[in-house]
Design a protein around this ligand. Structure first.
Ligand code: AMP
Length: 190
């Protein structure tokens, strides 16, 4: 299996690049944000719980996220591997992911981080908010909170993989295809 963590702040282009990666490498896309939005749309208990955090731009508690990922992995028996998008977002989640991978007798090949300056991120999120319908994309305070939460709680996850020699950073500003080529080069080196 080939398991990759695609990393970066909100608006870095993780969703866009994930689409291209899954098509080229035939992987399963596991976006915790997408999974939560699906639950929200279906009005499940999990969706209702997650909504309180999502609408504020805060992180959903680790155990809730980890259980949902566990479930998704368990229900995907036949796959070449996973591309994790928006997960792990805390060191506790990264540790849990290692355990989940071990249980499947596999591991994380590496983390690929998309580097984008804060002002560019904000502009991209505002643009996306015009069509995404996402409450968290349309309010300056919520955009600000998400970036703050990223810096305080999520950025340490990069060091977690760096310490294991599993970290690659790519410039996330440029053409979609150009960025994808850089990502492909990293993946092909695994
Ligand atoms: P995203 O689509 O990845 O930007 O996620 C949207 C929102 O879902 C985030 O702002 C969080 O409230 C929640 N969320 C998604 N993934 C996670 C995660 N791994 N840990 C905690 N909260 C998450």
């Amino acid at each position: 299996m080939l398991n990759i963590v695609l990393f970066g702040p909100p608006g870095a282009g993780k969703g866009t690049q994930s689409e291209k990666i899954i098509a080229k490498y035939n992987l399963t896309h596991l976006s915790t944000g997408d999974l939560f939005r699906k639950h929200l749309g279906e009005g499940t208990e999990l969706g209702k719980l997650a909504r309180k955090y999502m609408d504020e731009g805060k992180l959903v508690p680790d155990e809730v996220v980890i259980d949902m990922v566990d479930d998704k992995i368990a229900n995907t028996p036949e796959t070449n591997g996973f591309i994790f998008d928006g997960f792990p977002r805390t060191v506790a989640q990264a540790e849990a992911l290692d355990r989940l991978m071990q249980r499947k007798a596999t591991k994380i090949a590496g983390m690929i981080a998309l580097d984008v300056a804060e002002e560019v991120l904000k502009e991209r999120i505002r643009e996306r908010g015009k069509t995404s319908g996402r409450v968290d994309d349309q309010d300056e305070n919520k955009i600000e909170t998400r970036i703050k939460v990223y810096l305080a709680e999520t950025l340490p996850v990069a060091s977690y993989y760096e310490k294991q020699g599993k970290f690659a950073k790519i410039n996330g500003v440029g053409s979609i295809d150009g960025i994808f080529e850089e990502i492909s080069n990293v993946i092909d080196s695994y």
